[in-house]
Design a protein around this ligand. Structure first.
Ligand code: NDP
Ligand code: AKG
Ligand code: MG
Length: 413
């Protein structure tokens, strides 16, 4: 396959130390994937905002050297031969350590499997980190959105989300159903065996522990009040129930947590509470009592639902950032998808990808530039000149385009 990635002549790679800390040169090469759909709108705005923040913070001493890498429709177009996720893209994300991506399309009910999920699995980006906080002035459907301040740690490589499933009527699904019936004796639980598709939900102790360990470590390092394990372990006893059980065991074994009263809730020596809640109840509690939740550790599919639900409480997925992390590699991305109906219209909110870049700068230790992005975002929202998603809920606001909102962030830095 012909290589398509052009490595910038200037610039150096970020490298990782044995303790997983980063060496960030002043001119780091940062790979980016533009993304499908509205990626074409939001990614250039994100780059412009980041460049402005870095320039303002460091006066030319530091600058990002952007390197485009390809996935999704753009890759398929460029590489041909039904190539959606070129090997050199995955290799570059690994080699250059820190990268950022726009959203990628996943067709429903057939076609290619999620490239987003593939990237997370291939790079073992096992933490999906999605902070949810309120910016003053953002329209919200809840009365006290400032009470929402949570950080979601979503397991990112396992669960029913991993995409192990077989289509109804296929030879493969017949084999699986025959196995479940003849070898496992559970065929009777499949209500309509002739017309069933089957999906598999792998959830491991190892995968759960490494995610929960990160969540507890984050809570300790950032002075948070609690870590809540969100699961559906009453129904899926060994997968989601396992996640809960392994989480409490890990908290006791590695962090010295002790049961509160009869348990199962626990407390770390520094007072951080480790608790759990069943996923459906959690979804109503985050509306009724959001102040009781802080760091959230959960499985992949729950985390997907929770991310969008929590984002809605603080203004929607137009302003919901995220990161996919392994111990060494980090790929930042918005919580939302490609919003295809708005693609190429310079219309949607670039805030989610801009705030993902803000997380990226902080991850690199470029906190002054990250702080400028937050200042610019607060100023732009405060000025009441916002994209359609906010404008339609903010009486008196002026609706501006995606790029104009980006410029407003820069103007308010
Ligand atoms: N990580 C990734 O790359 C992700 C990819 N996807 C993929 O994206 C595609 C579309 O998915 P879909 O379910 O429609 O979800 P989307 O997140 O793309 O869009 C759903 C709705 O969210 C709102 N929205 C999305 N982005 C923005 C933005 N930047 N600013 C303001 N509002 C926004 C819009 O609401 P309204 O209509 O009210 O204006 C939009 O219609 C699918 O192929 C899906 O698989 C989905 C999620 C994540
Ligand atoms: O991969 C996709 O298309 C959807 C992913 C998604 O919704 C998410 O990770 O939040
Ligand atoms: Mg999602």
């Amino acid at each position: 396959m012909t290589p398509r990635i052009q490595v910038p002549a200037q610039g150096e790679r970020i490298t990782v130390n044995p303790d997983f800390s980063l060496n960030v040169p002043d001119r780091p090469i940062i790979p980016f994937i533009e993304g499908d759909g509205t990626g074409v709108d939001i990614t250039p705005v994100m780059k412009k905002v980041v460049d402005a923040a870095v320039s303002k913070a460091y006066g030319g001493r530091r600058a990002i050297q952007w390197m485009e890498i390809y996935a999704g429709e753009k890759a398929n177009h460029l590489y041909g031969g039904d190539t959606w996720l070129p090997e050199e893209t995955v290799a570059a994300a690994r080699e250059y350590v820190v990268s950022i991506k726009g959203p990628l399309t996943t067709p429903t009910s057939g076609g290619i499997r999620s490239l987003n999920v593939a990237l997370r699995q291939l790079l073992d980006l096992y933490v999906c980190l999605r902070p949810v906080r309120y910016f003053r002035g953002v329209p919200s459907p809840v009365k006290e959105p400032e009470k929402v301040d949570m950080v979601i740690f979503r397991e990112n490589t396992e669960d029913i989300y991993a995409g192990i499933e077989w289509e109804m009527g296929s030879d493969a699904v017949r084999k699986v159903i025959a196995f479940l019936t003849n070898e496992m004796g559970v065929g009777g639980k499949i209500r309509f065996p002739e017309t069933s598709a089957i999906g598999i939900k792998p959830v491991s102790r190892e995968g759960s522990e490494r995610l929960i360990r990160k969540a507890i470590r984050y809570a300790i390092d950032n002075g948070r009040k609690s870590v809540t394990l969100v699961h559906k372990g009453n129904i899926m006893k060994f997968t989601e129930g396992g996640f809960k059980k392994w989480g409490y065991e890990l908290a006791a074994r590695e962090f010295g947590a002790k049961p509160i009263g009869e348990g199962p809730w626990m407390e770390l020596p520094n007072g951080i509470v480790i608790k759990d809640v069943i996923a459906d109840a959690f979804l109503q509690q985050i509306l009724l009592r959001p102040e009781e939740y802080d760091v959230i550790a959960t499985l992949n599919l729950n985390g997907d639902y929770i991310s969008d639900a929590l984002a809605a409480e603080v203004g929607g997925i137009g302003i919901a950032p995220g990161a996919n992390l392994s111990d060494s590699v980090a790929m930042f991305e918005a919580t939302h998808g490609t919003a295809p109906k708005y693609a190429g219209k310079d219309y949607v909110n670039p805030g989610s990808l801009v705030l993902s870049a803000e997380m990226m700068l902080r991850h690199m230790g470029w906190t002054e530039a990250a702080d400028l992005i937050i200042k610019g975002m607060e100023g732009a929202i405060g000025a009441g000149r916002v994209t359609y998603d906010f404008a339609r809920l903010m009486p008196g606001a002026t609706q501006v385009s995606c790029s104009a909102f980006g410029q407003s962030i820069i103007d308010h830095m």
